[in-house]
Design a protein around this ligand. Structure first.
Ligand SMILES: Nc1nc2c(ncn2[C@@H]2O[C@H](COP(=O)(O)OP(=O)(O)O)[C@@H](O)[C@H]2O)c(=O)[nH]1
Ligand SMILES: [Mg+2]
Length: 245
């Protein structure tokens, strides 16, 4: 069954922590691949490398770009939640998220937006036919693949790429999710958002994307982020059981 077009423009939320080498070219590429009415929101957690200042300069040069400055690094989850709230307040019809390091190809943004005509949440997926991972190390691939299988098994859902961060939400999904109750910070955040959307009965679809290693800078992935995903996933399942709609 197909849906009506989204009410309101697309907003792309870009979380940044030390992405000074990527953010300017990424914003340009994103703008080139999004509808003209789309907005770009950079959420910077006081990056010490000056990403926030570059973002401010981009915003003053382009009316469609804005920056949310946060006082300190709290992880991907809280940064996205703050960005989602801003996008909803600003009247977004669609809210897109992607990494700010070119791991997600801006050229795929259009396909995510198109797919959202027939789905409430579109996931750019590495683990469906046609998707893949480019130049990540064997270790990173292993962590990603086993983390995804673990989460799928524990949660009992069919989504192949639960930890990926290239997504397009229809505004209704973010309105329905109790954003204040979303507590994950790292990869678990991606799992939690998708699991909550499924639990609320929204239609989730995966479209293939090829993920590449970041272009500039370094990953913020670390052992505590992986550990959080491991312990939080069973809690998500228990929480869902405890709060039947
Ligand atoms: N605002 C904000 N962004 C973050 C934080 N941690 C990571 N990011 C951003 O989230 C995206 C994914 O993080 P990254 O380090 O590339 O993780 P990886 O792709 O798993 O190696 C990048 O755009 C990061 O700059 C954070 O604490 N706050
Ligand atoms: Mg990355």
């Amino acid at each position: 069954m197909s849906q009506t077009a989204a009410q309101g423009p697309a907003w792309l939320v870009l979380p940044t922590y030390n992405e000074a080498g990527n953010i300017e070219s990424l914003v340009a590429a994103a703008r080139a691949n999004l509808p003209a009415a789309a907005r770009v929101l950079i959420v910077d957690d006081a990056s010490p490398d000056g990403t926030g200042e570059i973002a401010d300069r981009l915003a003053s040069a382009d009316e469609a770009v804005e920056v949310l400055h946060r006082a300190r690094k709290e992880g991907l989850g809280p940064a996205y939640i703050a960005g989602f709230r801003r996008a909803l307040d600003g009247g977004a019809g669609l809210v897109l998220e992607m990494d700010s390091d070119f791991s997600h190809d801006p050229a795929d943004l259009g396909r995510l937006v198109e797919a959202s005509a027939d789905a409430d949440l579109v996931i750019g997926s590495r683990y469906v036919r046609g998707g893949g991972i480019g130049d990540w190390s064997a270790l990173r691939r292993g962590i990603s693949r086993s983390g995804g299988s673990y989460a799928r098994l524990v949660l009992g859902v069919g989504v192949r790429d639960l930890t990926g961060g290239f997504k397009c939400f229809r505004r209704e999904v973010l309105e329905a999710i109790d954003l204040g109750a979303v507590s994950s910070r790292g990869y678990a955040f991606q799992v939690e958002m998708t699991y909550r959307a499924i639990g609320l009965g929204f239609r989730v679809t995966e479209i293939p994307i090829v993920f590449r290693d970041r272009r500039e800078g370094v990953s913020k992935m670390n052992a505590p982020i992986v550990a959080e995903a491991i312990w939080r996933v069973p809690l998500l399942r228990l929480g869902q059981r405890g709060s039947k709609r």
